[in-house]
Write a protein that binds this ligand. Structure first.
Ligand code: TXE
Length: 470
């Protein structure tokens, strides 16, 4: 696909010359476009339009909405390569590997699944005295506030079920990756009626207003715990229902029955997909003493042969950190781990030769619970590897933090499944980490937030219930 078509897409959404905020290519730090700086007044206007459009969108009925959403998915597929190029430049993730093209494929798959998954009324009781049914209806206006790591896919996760259920949606993309989301929404809107889906590009003040607005009935949020707390506070004012995905610090436990060579590749991608900038990535790895050195060596071997660099090059499958804030967090945590006895196996300091925001895959062995790289979410390409000798202790370690999005157990399947039931997290994967599916519910427990996304549960979470009794 030519540059000029990506540029044409960008021109649809970016601010006019001399206006807006410059957005840089994450890899080269060249200016790629200008994000419109919309205001709280623009947001209020968007919410009013979405509220006005909602009854007609709901009245179309499921069948018609399904048809329109499938047409929107077709529009997305037709421009997938141009969108992937923009995403790669703005976010930093390479086109190739489980990255930008993969993200566009995910957007289409989730949109199609949300559009076609049935949610029939449930007959609760049907006897000679009572007939009661549970129905699900649109809530109203949904506010979708998203992050910068999987900006398009997470936005689709929020908007697709919401639209499917008859809600209209106002999206506030992350200020780090607005252009990707604006471009995607512009393409979707080629197939959708006016004002069913509106994006407002602005800063944190716009996000805060969207969460607190009296005409917003539900907020879908993926981002940091700190912002999640603020959204909970503002929901006391507008009583908005909330789905909060607040990230985590997923543990992986490698049992002595695991085969280090066989699991190395999957362990690697479990931790380093999107260069580690993934909500449910493996962020601390507990390995049994018997096979500790073999697992560390096997992971290091995968790290050495996995190329990092500019995402537009087809050779690369790992990219830069998306922003300086995240780069600084990763650098700080690695330095701290080194100062606290961590042994750097690969990486360990910025890959300045690749560009300003590149940090190499960094495996830090011989660290312990309590070190910041273990206890805090690094959200980047640095993995602490902790040695254990009793499975009991590894389970205690996995559960000791106040987050619980995902986790994984590696080794004999039956044994691993038994360990899995004792872990406090929304998902536990066996012999893999982080794979999601549009029909399998996903969501965190503890400090990772609440509410389920995907599948039938995901549709219910963007609906209000109604019991028809009689
Ligand atoms: O998140 P924020 P940031 C983690 C990761 C990262 C940290 C901060 O550790 O270092 O969060 O990232 C909007 N009311 N994750 O700064 O600030 C904001 O404009 C309503 C994990 O990007 O939470 C943006 O659109 N909205 C995470 C969105 O919230 C507000 C994925 C997220 O911003 C707001 C990304 C407010 N008061 C980062 N203030 C995951 N779940 O995996 C800001 N926003």
């Amino acid at each position: 696909m030519s540059e000029s078509t990506t540029a044409a897409l960008l021109d649809r959404v970016q601010a006019p010359e001399g206006e807006g905020r410059e957005i840089l290519d994450a890899a080269t730090r060249e200016v790629i476009g200008r994000a419109p700086e919309q205001t709280v007044a623009d947001l209020d206007d968007a919410i009013a339009r979405a509220k006005a459009a909602q009854p007609a969108w709901e009245a179309l009925g499921h069948e018609k909405r399904t048809e329109l959403l499938l047409a929107a998915a077709d529009a997305l597929d037709a421009r997938a390569e141009e969108l992937a190029q923009l995403l790669s430049r703005e976010q930093g993730k390479p086109l190739n590997g489980p990255n930008a093209r993969f993200e566009l494929g995910g957007c289409s798959a989730w949109l199609r699944t949300a559009a076609t998954t049935p949610l029939e009324p449930q007959v609760l009781i049907d006897d000679e005295n009572t007939h009661a049914e549970l129905h699900y209806k649109a809530i109203g206006v949904v506010g979708a506030i998203g992050p910068w790591n999987w900006p398009m896919m997470i936005t689709i996760w929020q908007i697709a079920p919401a639209l499917r259920m008859g809600n209209t949606v106002v999206v506030k993309p992350s200020e780090y990756t607005p252009l990707s989301v604006l471009a995607m929404i512009s393409v979707l809107n080629d197939a959708l009626p006016q004002d069913a889906l509106i994006a407002v590009s602005g800063g944190r003040d716009v996000g805060a207003r969207l969460a607190a607005h009296p005409d917003v009935d539900k907020v879908m949020f993926t981002g940091s715990t700190a912002t999640g707390r603020k959204i909970i506070e503002s929901s006391a004012g507008n009583l908005a229902r909330l789905t909060l995905e607040l990230g985590g610090n997923d543990a992986g436990i490698v049992l002595p029955s695991a085969d280090p060579q066989a699991i190395a590749q999957d362990l690697f991608w479990g931790a380093f997909i999107n260069t580690g900038q993934t909500c449910a990535a493996l962020k601390r790895l507990y390995v049994h003493d018997d096979i500790y050195d073999e697992v560390v060596d096997a992971l290091a071997e995968v790290a050495r042969r996995t190329p990092m660099g500019n995402g537009l090059s087809e050779d690369n499958v790992l990219g830069p950190l998306q922003n300086k804030q995240q780069f600084d967090i990763v650098s700080r945590l690695v330095e701290d781990a080194k100062a606290n006895g961590g042994r750097v196996v690969t990486g360990g300091s910025p890959a300045a030769e690749l560009g300003e925001l590149f940090y190499p895959i960094t495996l830090v062995a011989d660290v312990a619970d309590g070190v910041a790289l273990v206890d805090e979410e690094q959200f980047g390409p640095a993995l602490p590897i902790i040695r254990y000798s009793e499975v009991e202790d590894a389970v205690t370690s996995a559960n000791r933090l106040d987050v619980g999005l995902g986790a994984s157990v590696w080794g004999d399947r039956d044994e691993a499944r038994k360990v899995a039931t004792r872990i406090q997290s929304g998902t536990v994967w066996i012999n893999s980490h982080g794979g999601v599916h549009p029909m399998i519910p996903f969501g965190g427990v503890k400090g990772s937030g609440y509410g389920l996304e995907f599948g039938v549960e995901g549709l219910k979470s963007v609906a209000v219930h109604q019991v028809i009794n009689g």
